[in-house]
Design a protein around this ligand. Structure first.
Ligand SMILES: Nc1nc2c(ncn2[C@@H]2O[C@H](COP(=O)(O)OP(=O)(O)OP(=O)(O)O)[C@@H](O)[C@H]2O)c(=O)[nH]1
Length: 254
């Protein structure tokens, strides 16, 4: 699939919009429900991004794929973030769609290539051919439909089988606006157990109200950027003084 003219223009913009500029490490939805416990970019990443002359990270792009059951809310999530719109009408995704969003992270240009895949079984073989090369996998379920949570492990397993390097994984519950707070607490308990089993960071969002959506994408961008810079440094043969925990997590054979 070739990028459209508007996508190419977006990638070439000289600056990201103000909301897409990240200097402080974005927080998780909850510190309790994430395997990524660090409170800041790693020292190596901050240092290399502020240094001049040594290793200059280039124009970077990371691939994010969203998967999950039919009507779980994948397209609505992408549309809320990329176009700031929400529609109550359901229109099935046929195969895949993608968007590119530009960020400036620690003053370095960074793009997220965001793939919205079809949940319908009949389009699965088209969609799954785009799973490869994902740096981030967002497994989506509908907080108001517990059945969609039980399918998340299967969706993730299929996507992981297409990726040699382990991506960063998010488990994202959508439609939080449809639940009372007591109903939400009940689902959260189950969902965070699933997130832990999958090694995923948990989020609850509403594309209708926009609750949590920007915060989620900033977090995705920051974590993807961190891994991308660390991998680049490694490829360039620059020795990293980062903890072994990060080395293992991000598959950085040093
Ligand atoms: N109330 C509410 N409805 C939502 C929300 N997100 C999505 N919906 C509705 O849920 C339905 C399905 O949303 P989509 O985003 O099209 O779902 P999808 O996962 O892309 O579906 P497929 O393309 O079939 O895989 C639509 O009618 C949306 O309006 C939300 O946060 N709140």
């Amino acid at each position: 699939m070739l990028p459209s003219r508007s996508v190419v223009l977006k990638m070439m913009q000289s600056q990201a919009c103000v909301e897409h500029r990240i200097d402080d490490f974005p927080k998780p939805f909850s510190h309790q429900f994430t395997p990524h416990k660090q409170n800041d970019f790693s020292f190596a990443v901050r240092e290399i991004c502020s240094s001049t002359g040594k290793f200059i990270p280039g124009l970077k792009i990371s691939k994010v794929i969203f998967l999950g059951d039919v009507a779980a809310g994948k397209t609505s999530l992408v549309n809320r973030f990329c176009h700031k719109v929400f529609s109550s009408n359901y229109k099935a995704t046929i195969g895949v769609d993608f968007e590119v969003e530009r960020f400036d992270i620690l003053k370095i240009p960074f793009n997220l290539q965001i793939w919205d895949t079809a949940g319908q079984e009949r389009f699965k073989c088209i969609a799954s051919s785009y799973y490869r090369g994902a740096q981030v996998i967002g497994v989506i379920f509908d907080l108001s439909n517990i059945y969609s949570l039980s399918n998340c492990a299967k969706w993730l397993e299929e996507a992981l089988a297409c990726n040699a390097l382990r991506p960063i994984i998010f488990l994202i519950g959508t439609k939080s606006d449809l639940l009372s707070s007591s109903a939400y607490k009940h689902v959260e308990k189950l969902a965070t157990q699933v997130a832990q089993q999958l090694g995923a960071e948990y989020w609850a969002v509403s594309s209708r109200t926009g609750d949590g959506v920007n915060e989620l994408f900033l977090r995705i961008a920051a974590l993807a950027f961190e891994v991308s810079v660390l991998r680049d440094l490694h490829t360039a043969g620059i020795k990293l003084s980062i903890g072994t925990e990060l080395v293992c997590k991000y598959n950085l054979p040093i």
